[in-house]
Write a protein that binds this ligand. Sequence first.
Ligand code: AMP
Ligand code: ZN
Length: 492
Amino acid sequence: MIKPHNLKVHNSLSGEKETFVPIHKDSVGMYVCGPTVYSNVHLGNVRTFLSFDMIYRYLLHLGYNVRYVRNITDAGHLTDDGDVDNDRFVKQSRLEKLEPMEIVQKYTVDFHKVLETFNALPPTIEPTATGHIVEQIELTQKLIELGLAYEINGSVYFDVEAYNQKGLNYGELSRRNIEDLINNTRDLDGQDEKRNPVDFALWKNASPAHIMRWNSPWGAGFPGWHLECTVMSTKYLGETFDIHGGGMDLKFPHHECEIAQAKGATGSQPVKYWLHANMLTMNGQRMSKSTGNYILPMQLLSGENDFFEKPFAPSVVRFCFLQAHYRSVLDISNDAMLASEKGLNRLMDGFKNLDLIQASSQSTFDVNEWLTNCYAAMDDDFNTPIMISHLFEAVRIINAAKDGTEKLTADDIQTLKTSIRAFVFDVMGLKSNAESEVNSSKLDGVMQLLIRIRNKARADKNWALSDQIRDELSEVGIHLKDGKDGTEYNVN
Ligand code: AMP
Ligand code: ZN
């Protein structure tokens, strides 16, 4: 059963908040662009994935049956320029002396581990680009047949001008004008084989030296990045589906191209509501791998970094993120994390204090109005900071009721308990045992240190020390297991 609600979401396509009406009653189809698995996700990436985890959780809480698709980008041409050697998987595999698919596996595993640590729910389908090469070739063929794409030297490009000549509007999402785009796009030293600099690759020709390539009607090559999301979203959610999400930085060109590919092929708008999450910054600058201004999630959790004075529990990080609206920029800092830790403890203590209140025959606080306000905040484009402020208001009343300066009836205490539990644990995905989370990440830090010392001992052929570490850890119930990818431990 769907709870009564009046959800409004900010749709980037219209630039307005719109009432959310799913295409199929009671069911929601949601697609979120997943990670490109050639390196570890940084904390900025995590923020975006957690923003959509909160949205997914709220839709589930309202009672919707949600099909949540989030892809893994494990191949593909990731830029629109003509540089075929710029394949990040191949580059990284050379750097790490691993097969490209080993790179993919390594960072997919890391991504899953990170999101699980932050208590993010898994999507219901997690398709990979390499698993959908056939469909990508088919869509490319279709776009050629429709006169919306052309082949040149074994590569296929989307023809933006032909698309616009059909009365369609490339730039409708990002509100960019094609003339400005043409003027602002540099033709890389005239080497660009595209007819028009705004055209983008659907399929890229690859030489035999290129490891990740597939046969196609245009020779061996690999698909363009924008194509995979169009193919996988429409394959699992239909020609038109409810929600498409991703970080703001993906609006152009990635999502603009997705619209063009899908609309070009089917004539219909692929997505009803486009949702874009804003960026995490550090030192006032966008967190990004390429500029070096980033922190890895595990560095924040273990305290092994130069930026934060202590380790923080995953729930504290989540809480910190949720104290900002998902469409606002959030600057992460030591002070912000300390404040969130304090706030989360206050919230959890307040929740526990509910059990210590002596029920009265009348309440001095209107719990129903409070609950209506909590839902109104979430229904207003998932406004978690306002919802959290209502939770703090409830905590103030609970603590006062415990001290006897406010009064709550048994029914109101029960309503508070059920609804705080729902907002805190189900919708925000927080965990109550923040302290044990910190301890387990500390344990992990200690174990990694011991494993490094033991590796050094083994390299020095100091078998006595390496055996001592293994045996004495085993005595306290921590077992080391040496494998191809290094040493792992398990606790029992
Ligand atoms: P990528 O693997 O680069 O495609 O990024 C995965 C997701 O993280 C995308 O939705 C990006 O928009 C998002 N993202 C990248 N940098 C940041 C950042 N600094 N803050 C928030 N989200 C980000
Ligand atoms: Zn995508």
